[in-house]
Each structure stands twice: as structure tokens, then as C-alpha cells.
Design a protein around this ligand. Sequence first.
Ligand SMILES: Cc1ncc(COP(=O)(O)O)c(C=O)c1O
Length: 463
Amino acid sequence: MNRDMSPDEFREHAHKAVDWIADYLRDIRQYPVVPNVEPGDLIAALPTSGPEQGEPMDRIFADFQRQILPAVTHWNHPNFHAYFAISASGPGILAEMLMTALDINGMLWKSSPAATELEQVTLDWLRQWLGLPDKQFGIIYDTASISTMHAIAAARERADPRCRTEGSTPNLVMYCSEHAHSSNEKGAISIGVGKNNVRKVPMDLEFRMRADVLRQMVEQDVAAGKKPFCVVSAIGTTATTACDPTAEIAQIAKEYGMWLHVDAAYAGPAAICEEFRPLFDGWELADSIVVNPHKWFATPVDLSVFYTRHPDILRRAYSLVPDYLVTAEDSKVVNHMDYGVQLGRRFRALKLWFVMRYFGRDTLAAMIRDHCQWAREIGDRALLDGRFEIGAPIPFSLVCLRLKGPDEKTFALIDHVNRSGKAFLSPTALNGKTYFRLAIGNIKTTREDIENTWNTILQAANL
Ligand SMILES: Cc1ncc(COP(=O)(O)O)c(C=O)c1O
């Protein structure tokens, strides 16, 4: 007895769903970017327990449109400019559909050779596009937070291999800038290094880590009997997309035997364009790097790429093979379960392969160049307008602006724009003042969309 939906019924509903998706992508600008709901609205609208008997798909789908959609924030909207703008592109969506139908669990080569080998091939293509040297081992995790946690675990394994069996030693310390992403501290918390052992290195006037102060802090820690074991250099910080001086940091890491992890979660894809490479100077010396195709590479959430020159150390940190997972091919293949916490894993490489093949490097590079150009243009317009202050340089596709005067004016502007449904901006604090972040990153965004967002901002500024 087949309890699943029949293939014919599936075909009927799949066609409807695909038609709906195609219409959604075509008409996406008609949706408010930010939903007009209050906390708890959706919970109150839904039944408090699940149905005993199954329901017809048409009814479920109708409720998706009637109840769920009005509470959705449209991340795939071309005027989504909060946090870092992202995009589920056509090829990425198609690959997600196929991945889900296959429902592969790529824990081992044996559990699906395609998942393991396509991941190896795709990440090597990406490595070449990014201009990284040979000898990088690549693996896909879900998010940059998890990639960075694995970097910290590998760093700890190298610094103090006893930790794997005995637990963390209390004297390990790691470093990142004051603007480094919170995932660094969360990684340290997760693997038992502890939040207090994450040193925040001060920044220069352009929000880049001060390598001279890093050196002093490391020296002080060594003198105090601590063991510096890891430093994180951000290429594209979350607040302003500033780039830490990775080459200088790499030199200090080398002198003190620290693992260098580069967080290029957002900005990494820009390295496919030669002209951005100087900002990445030194990342080729890193022990590990994270780049998120699910941020600025037209790939649907989630897909984070982790490269390391020391797969042996990562493997030492994590490999633990129960009898039921031993296979005859183990000595000849990569088993991804050996390189991280998780056993089960999705066939994410398929969507990166679809995206890279469908667009090619040229189109993705053109997208990145356009986004950066439009961000600079917004910066120029804001300066010409006279009412705005720019918070930071614009190396990539993020602009940080505020209205001159008290913070309340900027908060009111953000609120007005977001309530209009026409765009979504998010705040950040720089040097004690509030700015709004306008991030450009969706592959569907056009110059006209940016023009519209800017007009919405001007209307809010006029109030
Ligand atoms: C620089 C940087 N690193 C890490 C992260 C965390 O990314 P994820 O959501 O993939 O964990 C972010 C998120 O925006 C980020 O901007």
C-alpha cells in the first residue's frame, strides 16, 4: 500500500506549485518586503494542534497563501536591503526541488557517491574562481556560524590535541576585531573555549582590526601564561564590510603559532572579480576560510563553504566512526561525516553546481560589480543631498547612512521605510551613533529598484 501522494497527484500539485513560484518571482515587487503583522498574529490564526486526518492539498495550499504568506518577510525581494541581501535564483530553486526529491543523506561516500564527489568538484571550481591556491580542502556546512565553529575546533585541536579527550584547557585565547561577527564568540562558547577568552581587538578609524594592537595583546597574553591559539580576520565585517589587514594578521599568526581563520562569509564572492583581490590580500595564507554562497552568490539559503589547508587536523578533531558506518571504500574516499559535528547532510552541492553552471563566472561577477557600483552611487547621492552622514567607506555593496542630528531621526526613517513595504533597511551602531544599512545583494535587483529604494528613503527623510 502506497501511503504517499500518488505520482499523478504529485504531478498535478507540483505543476500548480511551480506556476505559483514562477508568478511569485515575476510579481515579487508587488509584495510588501516586510509583512504588516504583530507578534503572535500567525500563532493565533493557526489551530492549536495538528489534524488527526489528512487534509486535501488544495486546502493546505490555499492556507499557505491566505495565512502564511502575509506573515512572510520577502528575503528574495529586490528591495530587501537589510542585514545582507540574498537571493534564491531560478537555477538555485530548481536544484533545491531536485535535492529534496532525491532526499540524499550525504554522510558518507557510500551513502551517496554523487553528493560527496559533486561537493569536491564544485568547491574546487569555486576555489579556482576565488583565486585561492591549490591544496585547499573544501566542505559545505549550513551556515558561516557553523563553519567558524569548526575552524575554532580545528585550531584547538592543533594547539592542544588533549582537548578532544580531556576537554578544553582554560588558558586558550583567541582574537577577533571589535566588529567581528558574534558567531566567533558563539563558536568559542560552543567548543568550551569560553566567551571571556575571546579578545576583541580595537579597530582603526575605518573599522579594520589594528594589527599593531593585536600583536601587543598577544604578547601580553603570552607573558601572562595564556596560549593564543586562533585569530579571526574578517574580510567584509557585518556592520560596515570593512576588511581587516589579513596579510599583517597572517604574519602575527605565523609568529605565534595561531590558526588564522578568515571570515569572508559575505564578501568572499567578490574575490571572483580581479579588481577586488587586493582586499583579500593574505587570505591565501589562512588556515581556514569561510565564504557563504547563500549570501552574495545567488544560491538559496543555506550553503556555507569552508576551506582549510589542514583537513587532517579537522578530521582529527571530529572523526569518530561507529561500526555501522565503516565501509570498504573508507581508505579511498572522503567521508564528510569525518569533518564535522553533523552526521547527516543535505545534497547542497547540487544547488551550487546549478548556480555556477547556469550563470557562469561572468554573470556572477557582473552582478557583484553592479551591486558595488550602485552602493557607491547611493553614497555619492547621500553626500550631495547634504542631510545624510556616511558611516564608513564602501568597499563592497553596503552603504551605512544616517540623518544628521539625533538618532531618533534615523530610527524614524528606518521605521517609515520598513512600514511602507517598499524596502527593508536594518540599523547598526558606529561610534555610538545609529546608522541604517542599505545592503545590495539580490540577483534580481536592478538599477531602477535601487532608484526606487532611494526615493523611498528621501520621502522618509522629508517627513
Ligand atoms: C561577516 C559575517 N560572518 C558570519 C555571519 C553569520 O552567517 P550565518 O548566518 O551563515 O551563520 C554573518 C551574517 O551575516 C556575517 O555577516
